[in-house]
Structure formats: structure tokens, C-alpha cells
Ligand binder design. Structure first.
Ligand SMILES: Nc1ncnc2c1ncn2[C@@H]1O[C@H](COP(=O)(O)OP(=O)(O)O)[C@@H](O)[C@H]1O
Ligand SMILES: [Mg+2]
Length: 256
């Protein structure tokens, strides 16, 4: 297994009380999979993502990538957050070149690579603009281009489209889906939006709160090209919705 979480627990102390953010979580991910971590706010999605990306250690159990324990963020992976994280004093091109600079890619190559990925996210012609003159959707596109430019093995995304309006969000979902097919990256994507998860994921990790745990891991039986208005899509969306309403305690084997 490429990525493996084994019996992971994460406890936080809140107001002197121990709080269980992850309760015996186990999960295996194959190279090239698009995984969505889906669940209500507070169910531990970010905690699990942060443990996978190396920003936080689990309290017990293990998190491994290619059989190596994750103890710190790796330069082979990138993380994209909701707030874009662009440097305001750098133009679009220079923002995308940022990761390439830290990888010591020569200057001439940097620009060429940055332009390729700006083109891929549909920002051809925006190279000289500064972030403050871009919409939220465009800023997130720059962040995605910057992430892809370093040719990462794994892309971690924590509600990356959470701050965008519904129409922009749909467009970016389509783009990230197309990019993931084209670039064949492993993507782990956090969302609380059922439709977003059904649109994007190969498998959905359905999580529950109090304590944060995995309720089910569901394979999405839809092809590469997804249509939110199709009967198949709506059927799968309803099935995931029903899963949230099942009162059963513990892990559920759930097939759609
Ligand atoms: N650093 C922290 N200290 C204390 N409690 C935390 C910390 N980080 C997260 N938590 C708690 O753990 C739970 C899960 O948080 P989080 O992983 O952010 O959930 P989600 O991303 O699903 O909304 C929440 O109840 C949150 O308050
Ligand atoms: Mg979160």
C-alpha cells in the first residue's frame, strides 16, 4: 500500500479535558487515487490530513508513505489550503516559480515550467498580475499551478474551494478533476460537501464526529467524466447522504 494509516488516534487536551479528534482510524491509499475525506465540521478531517501531510503527529498508531513513517512535511508533496497563501509582493509568474526556486531549478527552466502550469489552470496572460488584482477563484488557480509546478507525488487539499462562490467552485472542481486525470497524481482532498466528494473522488472516506472516526470507505461507481445532473450521479449522491443518516455504530461496509 502506498499510503497507510494504521489504528491512528489523536488526542487533544481542551480545557484540561482529553478530546479524541481521531479514534482508531485505519486507511490505505493506492498511488494515483483521488480520495475525498468527507464529513461534518469537527470530525477530524483536517487532523487526519495534517497527520498525512506531516504537519502533526498522531498520538498512537502510525502513518506511513511508502513504508516510511511520516514525521514532517516532505518536499515531494504539496498542500493547498482554503486561503490560497500567495505572496502579495510577487506577481503570478513569480508566485508559481516559488516552489521551483526552493528546488533549485535554473531560472530559464523555472519560467518555462511556470508558464506551462499557468496555461493548464487557464491563466495564460495573467503572468504579470499581482494577487490582489485576481478574484478568489483565480488566486486558487495560481496556488494550484504553483503546487503542480514542482511535480509533487501527493497533493493534499483542505477545503480548497470553501471560500469560492458556487459557480466558480464547480468550474474549479471540473478543472481539478481533469488535471488529476492528466497528471495522474495522488490527491487527498478534504470537504464537507457531499456533491463535491461524489464529483471528484475515486473513493470517499466518510467520517463522523465525537469521536472523530471513519464510518465507511465507499468506492464511487462513476467513470472519469461526471455529470452532476445525470441519474447515476444523483443516485450516488443520495446513497452517500443516506449513509450519514444511518444510526449504526462502528464501521459500515457500504457498496453502491
Ligand atoms: N490544535 C488543537 N487543539 C485542540 N483541539 C483541536 C486542535 N485541532 C483540532 N482540534 C479539535 O479536534 C476536532 C477535529 O478538528 P478538525 O480536524 O479541524 O475537524 P474538521 O477539519 O473535520 O472540521 C475539533 O473538535 C477541533 O476542535
Ligand atoms: Mg477542517
Amino acid at each position: 500500500m502506498y499510503i497507510e494509516v494504521k489504528d491512528a488516534c489523536k488526542n487533544f487536551v481542551q480545557d484540561g479535558n482529553e478530546f479524541v479528534a481521531l479514534d482508531h482510524v485505519s486507511l490505505g491509499i493506492e498511488k494515483g487515487e483521488f480520495i475525498c475525506l468527507l464529513g461534518p465540521s469537527g470530525c477530524g478531517k483536517s487532523t487526519l490530513l495534517n497527520a498525512l501531510a506531516g504537519f502533526e503527529r498522531v498520538s498512537s498508531g502510525s502513518v506511513t508513505i511508502e513504508d516510511t513513517e511520516v514525521t514532517a512535511p516532505s518536499i515531494n508533496n504539496i498542500t493547498i489550503f482554503q486561503n490560497y497563501g500567495l505572496l502579495p509582493w510577487r506577481n503570478v509568474l513569480k508566485n508559481v516559480e516559488l516552489g521551483l526556486e526552493s528546488k533549485n531549478v535554473p531560472k530559464s527552466e523555472r519560467e518555462q515550467i511556470a508558464r506551462k502550469y499557468l496555461d493548464l489552470v487557464g491563466l495564460n496572460g495573467y503572468e504579470k498580475r499581482y494577487p490582489k488584482r485576481l478574484s478568489g477563484g483565480q488566486q486558487q488557480r495560481v496556488a494550484i499551478a504553483r503546487g503542480l509546478a514542482v511535480d509533487p507525488d501527493i497533493i493534499f487539499m483542505d477545503e480548497p474551494f470553501g471560500a469560492l462562490d458556487a459557480i466558480t467552485r464547480m468550474k474549479l472542481q471540473e478543472d481539478i478533476l481533469n488535471i488529476s486525470r492528466k497528471e495522474k497524481k495522488t490527491i487527498i482532498f478534504v470537504t464537507h460537501d457531499i456533491e463535491e466528494a461524489v464529483f471528484l473522488a475515486d473513493r470517499i472516506v466518510v467520517m463522523m464526529a465525537d469521536p472523530g472516526r471513519i464510518k465507511s470507505i465507499v468506492k464511487v461507481p462513476l467513470g472519469a467524466h461526471r455529470d452532476r445532473t445525470s441519474e447515476d450521479f444523483l443516485y450516488v449522491r443520495d446513497k452517500i447522504f443516506e449513509l450519514f443518516n444511518l444510526k449504526t455504530e462502528g464501521y459500515i461496509e457500504y457498496y453502491i
